[in-house]
Design a protein around this ligand. Structure first.
Ligand code: ADP
Ligand code: MG
Length: 252
């Protein structure tokens, strides 16, 4: 459903993403990993249309997306969450999600229908359906769920989840991982997941790709990639013992 070819983004002379090619099938959960500054968020911004690529193409369900704006891409079915949630604090939780449903869907929806889709999205992420609930004091886990609900309310076929676990404790991380699996299993939504916390990521993803300095250096099943010497070196450091420790959960 997604075919990325030779995708490149330069800032001046610096290539943040360089000649990146990969595919994604319907309902697949792909992990996108790599050290800080390796180009993961830039890749998301290119796919979601927040940045225009310097060169390369992004085919999604048969249409070329490269160069389209964020609004158009959202309506074509790519939803994105941000690493740092910034909900409208003057609006209620339900209004935040309803707004996303109202403006982000492929077809024009009525206010009532937008609200129905918002309620459905809130239910899917496990937030209470309380029309008076505000975003104040939601906490990291609640805000991440809200971020996910806003993306889901646009009814994406592909969800780009950027570091959904940041700031969560271990139980919340497991819940968030289960939520991504549920989103895929119940709705058939494909997911690309950028995450630093390897153990949880490896449990959920079908396949992963690894970036370093904007370039793809490895791709494959989590177990293969975790043992790839280049990945071990650039991503996890050369300390093999630490690698074993950090990936043993995924191998079990
Ligand atoms: P990651 O998400 O993998 O940590 P990013 O995609 O955010 O990495 O950044 C990749 C590289 O591109 C970094 O070196 C970053 O400083 C640089 N970069 C990102 N956005 C811009 C920008 N708007 N202008 C210049 N450099 C940028
Ligand atoms: Mg990032």
């Amino acid at each position: 459903m997604l075919a990325v070819r030779h995708l490149t983004k330069r800032f001046g002379g610096f290539a943040a993403v360089n000649d990146l090619s990969f595919d994604l099938g319907p309902g697949e959960i792909l992990g996108l990993i790599g050290p800080n500054g390796s180009g993961k968020s830039t890749t998301f911004s290119l796919l979601a249309g927040l940045l225009a690529p310097t060169s390369g193409s992004v085919h999604f369900n048969g249409a070329e997306l490269a160069g389209s704006g964020a609004n158009a891409i959202c309506r074509q079915g790519i939803g994105r969450t941000f690493q740092i949630p910034r909900p409208f604090s003057k609006l209620t939780v339900l209004e935040n999600v309803t707004l996303a449903a109202f403006y982000g869907n492929a077809e024009r929806v009525s206010r009532t229908e937008a609200e129905r889709r918002a309620v459905d999205a809130l239910r899917l992420v496990g937030l209470p359906i309380d029309p008076r609930a505000t975003t104040a004091g939601m906490g990291a886990a609640g805000l991440k769920k809200l971020e996910m609900a806003r993306a889901l309310a646009t009814q994406p076929k592909l969800l780009l989840a950027d570091e959904s676990l940041g700031g969560l404790d271990e139980a919340e991380m497991d819940q968030a991982a289960d939520m991504l699996l549920r989103i895929r299993d119940e709705r058939g939504i494909a997911i690309i997941w950028v995450e630093h916390i390897m153990g949880v990521l490896m449990r959920v993803i079908d396949r992963c790709i690894v970036l370093d300095h904007g370039e793809l250096i490895a791709s494959g099943k989590p177990s293969e990639v975790a043992h790839d010497p280049r990945v071990v070196e650039v991503y996890l450091g050369t300390d093999a013992a630490e690698v074993q420790q950090r990936t043993s959960g995924a191998m079990a």
